[in-house]
Design a binder for this molecule. Structure first.
Ligand SMILES: *[C@@H]1O[C@H](CO)[C@@H](O)[C@H](O)[C@H]1NC(C)=O
Ligand SMILES: *[C@@H]1O[C@H](CO)[C@@H](O)[C@H](O)[C@H]1NC(C)=O
Ligand SMILES: *[C@@H]1O[C@H](CO)[C@@H](O)[C@H](O)[C@H]1NC(C)=O
Ligand SMILES: *[C@@H]1O[C@H](CO)[C@@H](O)[C@H](O)[C@H]1NC(C)=O
Ligand SMILES: *[C@@H]1O[C@H](CO)[C@@H](O)[C@H](O)[C@H]1NC(C)=O
Ligand SMILES: *[C@@H]1O[C@H](CO)[C@@H](O)[C@H](O)[C@H]1NC(C)=O
Ligand SMILES: *[C@@H]1O[C@H](CO)[C@@H](O)[C@H](O)[C@H]1NC(C)=O
Length: 432
């Protein structure tokens, strides 16, 4: 334990030394990730208070956890989805020739890239024109016997009347997209003027879409960043050296987080720690890690079984631990803090901030990588002096998620070929 002072204006005001530097090389690129509650987001609502936003994001985490648990387990979802959540970040890209701008949800928990297409049978409201494949000179249909089509699980594709590949992608709640798999140019804005272009990108041209999370007119589709073969990162894999990374900004920030691809994504330096990235044929979308133990001050809880026992996800705000581990963790934390009764839902462990209070070290020990979490990775400010842990129980035996608050101010690199995930403590605001 060490003496610790919380600063209140921002959630997080510790000085973090940037130990890692990303290298900049042409051919690699960086795009903006917009947090869905930030000033730059179409979801931004100026009448929401910060604690209101945090509570909503926490509730979305619970829905997301139920959704991911459903997708991992292929079981019936027993929990109701309270507020749908397909990822907390948005990204912009262009599709077709001439390029049509699209704003989409960026989701590490799903694989397909898709947009709403015309002629639409049933689409959710969208302020801009639907993407019309007939108006893109570079569009072509994917046939149902071609490789990209067969990469979809059998219950997710079938042959259309003209031999085209029809897909169906469901999201665990009532949301789904249905349409034809297509190939077209996808382009991203980059900090360099030109942008980057990927000519033969596979995407879903959705003619029948229902997407509960997107009913405000600004969202036009989704970009899957998961581990499955049709995700954006898997499709670009050869061109980006099989690497991408992100550096997530604190909640309160008004600027965009960066998603980097290729050489630019590589993190180096003394502060970098690495752990095996586990993929599972039974749940090909998700990135799993081995969490061995959690250190709380001088004490430690072991997780026991570690065969990819936690999903790392950018789209879940909270960290959710399987109940047995969570209960052991909470027992240790309660030894060092004075718990506040009746925490606001869905939080479980809150306390009142007192001047000069001591806060304990918390380290997530992944195999080969000790990740020391700072107060801004662990605590959310709910009220004038009520702090709540951004860690709750998943209520699902054996199911845990390492969420995005825990990843704030770390560069997190995914090496899909080396099957390694690396972390480096970084001031993501300074990284620019
Ligand atoms: C990160 O850098 C920004 C810009 O230099 C600075 O304003 C901020 O206080 C830094 N954050 C931390 C946690 O040190
Ligand atoms: C914005 O937030 C306020 C306060 O929570 C809410 O009453 C209102 O419906 C929200 N507006 C939109 C467009 O969601
Ligand atoms: C799109 O173009 C194809 C081939 O030219 C044509 O058969 C089809 O009717 C067109 N669809 C629409 C909706 O215009
Ligand atoms: C793609 O295939 C469908 C079904 O055969 C057809 O209706 C559509 O016009 C095709 N699109 C283009 C651009 O060729
Ligand atoms: C973000 O913008 C809002 C509204 O302009 C402002 O009140 C707030 O202080 C800004 N936050 C930061 C961290 O700059
Ligand atoms: C915090 O820790 C220091 C050093 O161990 C100790 O002197 C101090 O009494 C502790 N403060 C509280 C509020 O427990
Ligand atoms: C992680 O920390 C523990 C101490 O709790 C230490 O024994 C172990 O060697 C560290 N692991 C790595 C990979 O640094």
């Amino acid at each position: 334990m060490y003496a610790f002072i919380f600063y209140f204006s921002a959630l997080c005001s510790l000085s973090v030394v940037s130990l890692a530097e990303a290298s900049k090389t042409p051919g690699s690129f960086s795009i903006d990730l917009i947090h869905c509650d930030s000033l730059l987001s179409p979801f931004y609502n100026s009448s929401m208070t910060p604690s209101h936003l945090i509570k909503n994001a926490a509730l979305r985490s619970i829905s997301r956890s139920n959704l991911l648990h459903f997708l991992v387990g292929e079981k019936e979802s027993t929990e109701t989805i309270i507020i749908p959540n397909y990822g907390e970040y948005l990204m912009k890209f262009y599709i077709g020739t001439p390029p049509v701008e699209r704003l989409a949800i960026a989701d590490t928990g799903s694989d397909l890239v898709w947009v709403q297409c015309s002629p639409c049978m049933s689409c959710f409201p969208q302020d801009t024109n639907l993407f019309d494949p007939n108006k893109s000179s570079t569009f072509s249909n994917v046939s149902c016997d071609s490789k990209p089509c067969t990469l979809l699980p059998s219950r997710q594709h079938r042959c259309g009347n003209s031999g085209e590949c029809e897909y169906l992608y469901q999201y665990g709640d009532k949301s789904f997209t249905m349409g034809d798999l297509g190939v077209d140019v996808i382009k991203f804005d980059t900090e360099q003027d030109q942008g980057v272009t990927f000519p033969k990108s596979i995407f879903g041209c959705g003619f029948n879409n229902d997407f509960t999370a997107a009913k405000i007119g600004k969202i036009t589709g989704l970009v899957g960043l998961g581990a499955g073969p049709l995700s954006l990162v898997s499709q670009l894999s050869d061109q980006i050296g099989h690497k991408f990374s992100y550096c997530l900004l604190p909640f309160s920030s008004n600027s965009t987080s960066k998603l980097k691809f290729g050489k630019e994504a590589i993190i180096k330096g003394n502060g970098v720690v690495s752990t095996p990235l586990i993929t599972k044929p039974s749940s090909p979308t998700f990135y799993f890690l081995n969490l061995e133990s959690i250190v709380v001050g001088q004490k430690k809880v072991q997780t026991g079984q570690t065969d990819g026992n936690i999903i790392i996800d950018s789209g879940t705000t909270l960290t959710l631990l399987e109940p047995t581990l969570y209960n052991k963790f909470v027992t240790l934390v309660k030894e060092v803090i004075e718990e506040e009764q009746n925490p606001p839902s869905p939080f479980d462990l809150c306390f009142r901030y007192k001047d000069d209070m001591n806060f304990t070290d918390i380290v997530f020990q992944f195999r080969g990588a000790n990740v020391s979490l700072l107060p801004q990775n662990l605590l959310l400010l709910l009220d004038t002096n009520l702090l709540c842990f951004a860690i709750v129980s998943s209520n699902q035996q054996g199911f845990s998620i390492f969420g995005n608050v825990a990843q704030i101010d770390f560069q997190v690199e995914y090496d899909l070929e080396g099957k390694i995930i690396s972390f480096a403590p970084t001031n993501c605001t300074k990284l620019g």
